[in-house]
Design a protein around this ligand. Structure first.
Ligand code: MN
Length: 385
């Protein structure tokens, strides 16, 4: 028998599963949310029990997506814990429980004789889920603690890993990783079609979710990762009723006053490194506070404005976050590989767009380190020195 391809394995695992858990990465982007919601809706049409979890709440830019509130921020009660009491020698007269500080005391009164410690045993019930699908997530750490807190379910339940990041670690039992796809949403179109046998699945909501993912990851078909296939996929989604204008409006055209204020600050701080052909800017916690903006409002500025900097091969945006100093890199010139710089700083991503997070260290220190990494990279690439 021929071995099944990852795509065939994915559809057959989905077909036989009853309760499916969908997960995506922390700090979710349009593709993370679009792929989770699109697949959630598709699986619902197949009458599956589905839960969707992302540790961070959906940024307000994406809450227009259909059924956005179904995505929860935590995973609760994935397995029963069972306390067994052997009653073959002693029978139970009364049973009660009380909560004593943080200890649950289960109180059993025997009918005759007494219970022994050996009569007691502990076990686990079955898992609430029989399949986990991780979307748009290069490694399990990017689930932001969901893996650490629930490691047992990742060992016992089959995991399907669907992604397009070149840094993917192939952590799944099935790994449907397509580096040529613009987005995870694009990969899911073929999966949804394969599942669409007896039941019609595609509708305007699912098409809208997947098109939002493709639109987000290609910056509305501007990025160098835009392929003929992605345009064909987008055409197909539009034909299925995807609400493209609504996507564009929410992803790119709707800005709150706080976002505009914040972007003003970032644009005001642009610095040029003409010799090394890059521009950069930064945003501090103070900027956020004074603009009345949230961390999630930072991200769009690099794609929408900084990338238009002339005579630059790449752009960098540093931001002071709760967790550390975050950096985003974008290639303006096709031959720049942002992953190389991001990886040297502990991050990852794609050729055209990559990111990293430096924990510990002031903005000044991190800036100095990052700038020297970029200069080193450009030195080699352009043969300066
Ligand atoms: Mn993606």
């Amino acid at each position: 028998m021929m071995e099944l391809s990852p795509k065939q394995q994915t559809t057959s695992l989905i077909q036989s599963a009853k309760k499916i858990l969908l997960l995506t990465h922390q700090n979710p982007d349009a593709d993370a949310i679009g792929s989770v919601l699109g697949l959630y809706l598709a699986l619902k049409k197949l009458k599956k029990d589905v839960e969707a979890v992302c540790v961070d709440p959906i940024p307000s830019t994406f809450t227009f997506l259909p059924f956005a509130p179904v995505v929860k921020t935590n995973l609760v009660g994935n397995r029963e814990f069972i306390i067994n009491l052997d009653c073959s020698r002693t029978s139970v007269d009364k049973l009660g429980y009380k909560l004593d500080d943080h200890t649950l005391k289960i109180v059993v009164m025997p009918k005759n004789g007494s219970f022994k410690k050996e009569d007691l045993s502990l076990s686990f019930g079955t898992f609430k889920f029989d399949l986990i699908i991780v979307l748009d997530t290069p490694d399990l750490e990017r689930l932001g603690g969901l893996y650490d807190q629930n490691a047992d379910i990742f060992y016992e339940i089959p995991v399907i890993n669907i992604d397009h990041h070149p840094t993917n670690t192939y952590f799944g039992r099935v790994n449907l990783v397509d580096l040529t796809a613009t987005s995870t949403s694009e990969i899911l179109i073929a999966i949804t079609e394969a599942l669409e046998k007896d039941v019609k699945i595609f509708d305007e909501h699912i098409a809208t979710c997947f098109l939002a993912g493709i639109t987000g990851d290609t910056a509305s078909f501007q990025n160098t990762n835009t392929t003929p296939k992605s345009l064909t996929c987008a055409a197909q989604l539009l034909a299925s009723g995807a609400r493209q204008q609504e996507i564009i409006k929410n992803l790119f055209k709707t800005k709150t006053i706080s976002t505009l204020r914040l972007w003003g600050r970032i644009l005001d701080k642009i610095k040029e490194e003409p010799r090394y052909r890059f521009v950069y800017s930064e945003v501090t916690k103070q900027d956020l506070k004074e603009a009345g903006a949230k961390e999630e409002e930072i991200s769009g500025v690099i794609d929408e404005l900084l990338r238009s900097a002339p005579k630059a091969d790449l752009v960098l945006l540093l931001s002071e976050r709760e967790k550390g100093i975050a950096g985003s890199l974008r290639a303006i010139d096709n031959s720049v590989d942002c992953t190389q710089i991001a990886q040297s700083l502990g991050g990852g991503g794609h050729q055209a767009a990559a990111a990293f997070l430096v924990v510990g260290g002031s903005l000044e220190n991190v800036r100095e380190k990052v700038l020297s990494k970029i200069k080193e990279y450009q030195n080699k690439r352009l043969g300066l020195a």
